[in-house]
Write a protein that binds this ligand. Structure first.
Ligand SMILES: *Cc1c(COP(=O)(O)O)cnc(C)c1O
Length: 377
């Protein structure tokens, strides 16, 4: 550039990208927090400042909206930030129904934070429509669903709950983290809102946190969520968005393979004499097997619960003996994980002591079966 400019100036300006017509095939990473303003005051593609919008976040949001068949998607820095945004969009005095076995941080968020802002809630058995009707209050504005539930894999008939909620003028939000849109698409079943922890299957590699809220229509609620995203500022970085977008490209392949392996392993473990019970919606022994076939016709997901004979101590021993399962929390990655849930949820939880929660990864089914055979012997 200009040799007469100082070296500090030249260092800053010489290092800027000058070609604006580069056409990469894979999505580039745009770390820039700010964007050129045109002489007429406009911004190319409306990119102005990274918190408000940026190419990596827009790419991610469009991809997720497309997969869930939604009109609008807002990405957040974690699943919990996305869930918070939905509750923040409600009014003081509103009442929310949540599953009695909801992802336990959701109940903590309501109890410790949202209650102080005037939101009340009741926990109900979402597998029972009568229980939902029984807990109904005149101020009930939102029904929160999670199906399959964590960690006992209870199912909710999304369409039936939506039918009831419509008549009662309430919204239905579904945490679709576990099945992913590959297996279940709640918006097509009548839900108004879908949320995800994209930390799990979307990212898929246990290396990025993220969340999103997907809306069925471009309505007032969508605007509220966008406002919370923009001014609340709990947004993912462009690199986080880039990683999750990259994960999405293999989402369907991963979920289908992980689901197939989970089905095979569930069948094997159910027949094993050292196992008390396997809870998996793809097994005819699941109390809601018929509903599972309707909710997840192409496979019942890669999460299962295994109750080991001999109590908590024996369950811990088995988990430690497995070579291909890492004892760790979380789910949805390429590597298989195992966790005794009661140890995480605490003594107040209704989860059985000997319940191991498995997140099946991309290892071969035969190798995972051999691993269990050895651990149980
Ligand atoms: C992990 C998880 C969350 C929370 O997501 P974070 O990304 O950890 O904030 C919410 N719901 C479900 C079902 C989850 O598995």
């Amino acid at each position: 550039m200009h040799p007469k400019k100082d070296i500090s100036t030249r260092a800053v300006h010489a290092a800027q990208l000058k070609e604006t017509d580069v056409r990469p095939v894979s999505t580039p990473l745009y770390l820039s927090t700010t964007y050129h303003r045109n002489p007429d005051g406009t911004y190319n593609h409306d990119y102005l400042y990274s918190r408000a919008d940026n190419p990596n976040r827009r790419t991610l949001e469009k991809a997720i909206a497309e997969l869930e068949n939604g009109a609008n998607c807002c990405a957040f820095a974690s699943g919990m930030a996305a869930i918070s945004a939905v509750f923040q969009s409600l009014e003081t005095g509103d009442h929310v129904l949540i599953p009695d076995d909801v992802y336990f941080n959701v109940e903590l968020l309501l109890r410790e934070v949202m209650q102080r802002w005037g939101l009340s809630y009741t926990a109900v058995n979402m597998a029972d429509l009568k229980a939902i009707k029984g807990a109904w209050q005149p101020t009930t504005r939102l029904i929160w669903l999670e199906t399959p539930s964590n960690p006992q894999l209870k199912l909710t008939d999304i369409a039936a709950v939506c039918h009831f909620a419509k008549a009662a003028n309430a919204l239905v939000a579904v945490d679709n983290t576990w099945p992913t849109p590959v297996l279940t698409r709640p918006l097509e079943l009548g839900a108004d809102v879908v949320v995800h922890s994209t930390t799990k299957y979307f990212g898929g590699h246990s290396d990025v946190l993220g969340g999103c809220v997907v809306l069925k229509t471009e309505n007032e609620l969508a605007q509220r969520i966008q406002t919370i995203q923009k001014y609340g500022g709990g947004v993912p970085s462009p690199f986080d968005c880039w990683l999750i977008t990259r994960g999405i490209q293999t989402l369907a392949l991963r979920v289908k393979a992980q689901t197939q392996t989970a089905q095979v392993l569930a069948e094997f473990l159910e027949a094993h004499p050292a196992i008390e019970r396997v809870i998996y919606p793809g097994l005819p022994s699941h109390p809601q097997y018929a509903l599972a076939q309707r909710l997840m016709p192409s496979g019942c997901g890669a999460m299962l619960a295994v109750l080991v004979k001999g109590g908590a101590e024996r369950a811990d021993q088995v988990a430690q003996s497995l070579m291909l399962f890492t004892v760790a929390t979380s789910l949805g990655g390429v590597e298989s994980l195992i966790e005794r849930r009661k140890a995480v949820e605490g003594p107040a939880s209704s989860t059985p002591d000997n319940l191991l929660r498995l997140s099946i990864g991309l290892e071969s089914a035969a190798d995972l079966i051999n691993d269990w055979t050895e651990a149980l012997s």
